[in-house]
Design a protein around this ligand. Structure first.
Ligand code: ATP
Length: 358
């Protein structure tokens, strides 16, 4: 019987990653994060291999081909093990009805990426406008519903005449149950507390959302729960962000509160995100295309790099902690900052500083 030489290297675990740089600073931060991903791959000594497939999407692609999300790109994303997305949309490129192109939202809806995870972690005391918080004392995750809520009104032809327009808040039982299960499961890996953010004192849709939250919570007796109205949540995020662990909310509330949350830790450039479904996931920074700094080479790459770390956590057999540690070590030196955080480094040099720690 042929014996297997234990020294024979086994073939690497190969992951196909769809890469959608998009528009504006999406292109810059994608280039930065791919350098980090390749360094991670090298550090795993042949155990893991990433096959990157670059795909066209975004406002630039719409101008070129007439589609912001070509079918070929959707097919590649469907086939891939994970999707990395930079940022998409440009204010000057609009649909006939005046709205901006948002192919990243189309992707979330098409692939049912219902749990939008937005971790907020303070890497350096000086980066927060709330100076009393030390490293790690702000550490919570917003779980933003990403397939329905108030955003579901975006595709309806709301304008019937010039007298009235309606945007409908769509909350479904199925969408809410899967969202809350994701939030409670996440809390079990953290400090076991979930805060529901709603507006159940005013809107019937939010009364329904809270009722489903209470039902799902019964299956998680080991997880502490609280319920906070969205306006109060904005206040408490500024007054006592250290009290939150997992916050779960509908789409639009999550959109707004996650920008506020990024302001607590240094700004939009510091905020990663992951849009997770049952079969697919898209990893992208929480920021947009930042047209005001596009093309200048000064975008902060940290949010995108931390999104790669989230992808590695999500893929079996890989782990984002070495990347998070490298980001933490780089940010421990106050000189390692891009201009949005009162530093002087370019995107490339900030990426070098992180790579030096990897
Ligand atoms: P969207 O609605 O598409 O999410 P937005 O309107 O929230 O986008 P962003 O593109 O996120 O806007 O930009 C908001 C502000 O934050 C801008 O001043 C921009 O320059 C800044 N900003 C966003 N991301 C970064 C980054 N990675 N580095 C530096 N500054 C950034």
């Amino acid at each position: 019987m042929a014996s297997v030489d234990p020294r024979t290297p086994s073939s690497p675990k190969t992951y196909e990653i769809a890469v959608l740089p998009g528009d504006g600073i999406g292109v810059d931060v994608m280039a930065a994060c791919l350098r980090v991903l390749q360094a991670y791959e090298a550090s795993r000594d042949g155990e893991v291999c990433f096959q990157l497939v670059e795909c066209a999407a975004g406002a630039g692609e719409y101008l070129r081909s007439g589609s912001a999300l070509p079918e070929e790109t959707v097919d590649t994303c469907a086939r891939a093990d994970a999707v990395l997305l930079g940022a998409m949309g440009l204010p000057e490129v609009r649909l006939p009805d005046g709205k901006e192109l948002t192919p990243q939202i189309d992707l979330r809806e098409q692939f049912e990426l219902y749990a939008g995870l937005r971790p907020t972690y303070l890497y350096h005391q000086d980066d927060s406008p709330l100076r009393e918080y030390a490293v790690g004392e702000i550490d919570f995750v917003i779980v933003r519903e990403s397939t329905e809520g108030l955003f579901s009104a975006r595709l309806s032809a709301a304008v019937e005449d010039d007298q009235e327009v309606r945007d409908v808040m769509r909350i479904t039982r199925q969408g809410s149950e899967r969202l809350f299960r994701a939030a409670f499961d996440l809390a079990r890996t953290r400090r076991r507390k979930v805060t529901l953010v709603d507006k159940a004192n005013v809107l019937p849709s939010m009364v329904f959302l809270r009722q489903i939250f209470d039902e799902v919570a019964q299956s998680y007796p080991d997880v502490e729960t609280e319920r906070v109205y969205v306006d109060a949540a904005a206040l408490f995020l500024v007054q006592r962000p250290g009290d939150f662990d997992v916050m779960v909310t509908e789409n639009m509330f999550g959109d707004i509160l996650s920008d506020l949350a990024s302001g607590l830790i240094g700004g939009m450039g510091m905020a990663p995100s992951a849009d997770i479904g049952d079969r697919c996931a898209v990893f992208q920074p929480a920021h947009g295309t930042a047209p005001d700094i596009a093309g200048k080479g000064i975008a902060n790459p940290v949010g995108m790099i931390l999104s790669v770390a989230m992808m590695l956590d999500w893929l079996p057999g890989t782990d984002g902690h070495t990347i998070r540690d490298a980001v933490a070590a780089a940010l421990a030196n106050p000189e390692n900052r891009t201009p949005d955080m009162k530093g002087t480094l370019s995107t490339e040099h900030m990426t070098d500083a992180i790579l030096n720690q990897l």
